[in-house]
Design a protein around this ligand. Structure first.
Ligand code: HEM
Length: 557
């Protein structure tokens, strides 16, 4: 049985800080426990209805599974491990996309008894995640990130669908929803102008400036925190929380996600390093969530809190700071803002800069359009968006090209039947956004960056605009959608209006084009790269200086 386990792969995916023998011990114990439970007919309701005789468990289980969820539309599984051995270490979306070519738009597979459905076209995604969002709006149960690190209690992204999620999303909507765009705008504008100044003053540190602008904007809006330019402790804190969360939820990394029974192993056992890691991560995340919240609470109590979303809801009708469930909703909502924004927005803006560096012709065209609308004497503002459809097309193309969240995971919270297939409760139902956004039947040369694809022309109709789908679906759609589209416009339009984005030069004085390479993960991000931001002319540089002199002081907002 063990050769089917692809043991080296399992071990390389682990981060248990323990030796391989320990891992093998865990695997052996888990296999034994699984077989015992299976043979007793206690594993899953299908098998519970059909107790299996010892010795034939694996074969019968496989047949039973095939009957229950029609596993025929997916790669052939092995007994017990299912399709584990066919899963890649990274770039899952590419493998799922390849499977879709053989098995069609819906793929079914299973790994150690956990069932997965991957949706590879917008039609099937809409049918399930949008039209049936009453069934498909919960999140998969993750043992490490959710249960052990505790993110299923304190992170919007991991919360199961239910009352708590609705309450927290309502709070977020008040803060960052469509109707609040204009009241957030002065702070956003101020941060945007500071970003231009940073690019002017330190043009060789472009990517750092973007990250700082995105992070500091969210901390200011949410908590009223003014970040120091470098090494801000709050930015470092929430950044670390983001990193830990993504490590804890990395697919295939933690054996306990495949064998939930391992969550019960006592932390003191020698091979239970993962439990000790989880306990430390949990403690750190609790601190990282509460530190900025406490900052706002104490400044509200002292009557000197700068305006912020949190401060606006911190006091009850009697002037006391809120407590209990209301306070919990606030800190959960507040902490989701930074985590939800940082990597996603930075990824899109960095991809935009990468593409501008590589495509001077697109950059020039966009600059001419901007100049025609705003002239020489001012910088772009949000109201210009309607007059600048080409910038919107650059945003759409950047979202399509990078596909920031390549796989969007939802989960069935009751049994369902779709196109004759049974989808049991608990199945992971994942939209393969990467395949959809790169479908050659919909997008001509999908690997090319081409904003014009969204324009109608006499010889070619516009290609589909799935930019909204890049933000998810149904009741779990990203609460930051409207805010993000507005801020992406402001980042892109104001950078293009004022700077030429150019490649760096090598020792021979030649342009060195940055490669198109991405870091894999839940969130796709360009590999760090270098570019030069050169002011288009003296007038533009002066406009940036003036905007920062006359800029409203965000500390007083
Ligand atoms: C370019 C920017 C962004 C992209 C591409 C993006 C994308 C996404 C996607 C794909 C999801 C999953 C939706 C689903 O499960 O169907 C999501 C969820 C979420 N996003 Fe964003 N997002 C962006 C910006 C933001 C911003 C600015 C915020 C700040 C509020 C935010 C907060 C969240 C939260 C809290 C969730 C979890 C929602 C839930 O599970 O109910 N995101 N985002």
């Amino acid at each position: 049985m063990l050769e089917h386990w692809h043991v080296p792969t399992v071990i390389s995916l682990l981060n248990f800080h323990t030796c391989s023998l320990d891992v093998l011990a865990i695997i052996s114990v888990s296999v034994a426990v699984w077989l015992l439970r299976t043979c007793k007919g206690t594993r899953g309701d299908t098998l519970a209805r059909h107790p299996l005789p010892p010795g034939k468990c694996a074969k019968l289980y496989e047949r039973e599974f095939a009957r229950s969820s029609d596993n025929s539309k997916g790669p052939k599984p092995l007994p017990f491990v299912g399709n584990f051995h066919q899963l890649p270490k990274e770039d899952f979306h590419l493998t799922y996309g390849d499977w879709a070519k053989s098995y069609g738009p819906i793929i079914y597979f299973h790994v150690f008894g956990r069932q997965f459905v991957v949706l590879n076209t917008m039609d099937v995604v809409n049918d399930l995640l949008v039209k049936r969002s009453a069934t498909y709006s919960t999140r998969p149960h993750l043992v490490m990130a959710g249960e052990l690190v505790g993110r299923d209690q304190n992170s919007v992204l991991f919360l199961k669908y239910g009352q708590r999620l609705k309450e927290v999303r309502r709070v977020m909507d008040l803060w960052i929803g469509k109707n609040n765009l204009s009241s957030n705008y002065p702070v956003s504008l101020s941060v945007n102008r500071k970003l231009l100044l940073s690019l002017l003053e330190k043009p060789d540190r472009g990517l750092e400036h973007i990250k700082f602008a995105v992070g500091s904007l969210m901390l200011k809006l949410t908590y009223g925190i003014d970040c120091a330019t470098e090494g801000d402790p709050y930015i470092m804190l929430v950044d670390k929380m983001t990193r830990i969360t993504s490590e804890a939820s990395a697919p295939g990394r933690w054996l306990c996600d495949s064998f939930p029974i391992l969550a019960k192993v006592p932390s003191w056992m020698p091979f239970a390093g993962f439990k000790r890691w989880a306990a430390e991560a949990h403690e750190f995340i609790e601190k990282a969530i509460h530190a900025p919240y406490e900052f706002t609470r104490s400044s509200v109590l002292q009557g000197k809190a700068p305006d912020s979303w949190l401060a606006s809801m911190m006091l009850d009708a009697d002037g006391n700071t809120v407590s209990g469930r209301t306070a919990e909703n606030l800190w959960i909502a507040a902490s989701a803002i930074y985590v939800g924004t940082i990597d996603t927005t930075v990824s899109v803006v960095n991809t935009f800069l990468l593409m501008m560096t590589r495509h001077p012709e697109i950059q020039r065209k966009a600059q001419l359009r901007i100049d025609a609308v705003i002239g020489e004497d001012r910088l772009p503002v949000l109201e210009d968006r309607e007059s600048l459809p080409y910038i919107d097309n650059i945003i759409k193309e950047t979202l399509r090209f990078i596909t920031v969240v390549p796989i969007i995971p939802h989960c069935a919270d009751k049994d369902d039947i779709y196109m004759g297939h049974r989808i049991p409760e608990g199945t992971y139902v994942m939209a393969n956004m990467w395949s959809i956004m790169h479908d050659p039947n919909l997008f001509k040369e999908p690997g090319e960056f081409r904003p014009e694809r969204f324009e109608d022309s006499p010889d070619r109709p516009a290609e589909p605009d799935f930019s909204r789908a890049a933000f998810g679906f149904g009741r779990r759609i990203c609460p930051g959608y409207h805010f993000s589209m507005a801020s992406l416009f402001m980042y892109m339009a104001s950078i293009l209006a004022t700077f030429d984005i150019l490649p760096v030069k090598n020792e021979l004085g030649e342009d060195e084009l940055p490669p198109v390479k991405f870091l894999d993960g839940h969130i796709r991000m360009p590999h760090p790269f270098k570019f030069r931001a050169v002011p288009r002319n003296d007038r533009k540089a002066a406009l940036i200086q003036e905007a920062n002199l006359t800029n409203v002081d965000v500390n007083k907002l």
